[in-house]
Write a new protein. Structure first.
Length: 302
């Protein structure tokens, strides 16, 4: 099969993908675009095949051999079943009101998070991995434990498609509570803008690691939240409290950039120091950066 004539980049472009209403279709297109892009990239040899089959091993039942696959490859493969799940994952999504923001991007941080989370659970379950979903703001809004069957995928996607931003931010406390709910160690993926006190966030992230989980942090920010490149006098409104502030952005741009850079550096350094994979995601960027982070982590684990 060749991907030579397919423009895979459009499948990863937020402005194009966001126009697709059906979340399952959106997730599938993002995943397919990522797979095609990976095939054409320097990581061509990097294996990300869905593990619906595995090679036949002595002791396997002959009735489980997929003879259609044998006809194509002349090797014996058996179909995998739910109990052969490889990895247990929890996708944790911040749905607080601060996530309902966009300026320079075509989507809000929450819209980006929903599509990214949908693509991740789509990949995981199609790899026979178990995936769960947790939504939080100032409290845990929803907790769906990990499972690995296709019917459950539809449950996860239905939950994601119904998300509306709500609640204040209480990231540190919520993450600690979520970590207490996770009984079996696995992979934890946190999707959030992390707009909370780092002194509360970092201990919560460390606790996931203390419980032997692998952790990926995907911090989503609109480009304007990073560069603060506003040109005109503006009224800034806090998405969570409604507080309004009149300001001249150019006068505070340098101070803002210094503050946000220090904050981001602190978060990143603390994560790396404690074995937590950290990625800053600009919501105008395509989805492949975050997906690549997941695949590299999974390859290290298995």
């Amino acid at each position: 099969m060749t991907h030579k004539n397919i423009d895979y980049k459009k499948y990863l472009d937020t402005s194009i993908i966001s126009k697709i209403k059906n979340l399952e279709l959106r997730a599938r297109m993002v995943v397919e675009g990522f797979m095609i892009g990976l095939h054409k990239s320097p990581y061509h040899g990097f294996s990300v095949e869905f593990t619906e089959h595995r090679q036949y091993m002595q002791g396997d039942s002959l009735k489980d051999i997929d003879w259609k696959v044998y006809a194509k490859r002349e090797r014996f493969y058996v179909k995998q079943y739910e109990e052969e799940t490889n990895l247990i994952s929890h996708v944790i999504v911040d749905i607080s009101n601060s996530m309902d923001y966009k300026h320079s991007s075509s989507v809000t941080k929450l819209e980006y998070a929903i599509t990214l989370a949908a693509a991740l659970v789509y990949i995981m379950i199609n790899q026979q991995d178990a995936s769960g979903l947790v939504l939080f703001s100032d409290k845990i809004q929803s907790y769906l434990p990990p499972k690995s069957n296709q019917i459950y995928l539809k449950t996860l996607l239905a939950q994601l498609s119904q998300i509306k931003a709500k609640g204040l931010t209480n990231t540190g406390v919520c993450l600690r509570e979520i970590s207490e709910k996770i009984k079996k160690r696995g992979l934890v993926i946190i999707i959030s803008d992390l707009f909370d006190d780092p002194s509360k966030i970092i201990p919560a992230l460390k606790y996931f690691r203390y419980k032997k989980n692998e952790v990926i942090v995907l911090q989503l920010l609109d480009p304007m939240e990073i560069n603060f490149a506003f040109e005109k006098d503006s009224i800034f409104v806090d998405k969570e409290t409604g507080l309004e502030i009149n300001t001249q952005p150019r006068q505070i741009q340098k101070a803002y950039q210094t503050t946000i850079n220090n904050y981001l550096h602190n978060i990143k350094s603390e994560c790396l120091n404690h074995g937590i994979e950290y990625n800053l995601i600009d919501t105008s960027e395509p989805f492949d950066k975050a997906l690549m982070s997941y695949f590299f982590k999974r390859k290290k684990l298995y």
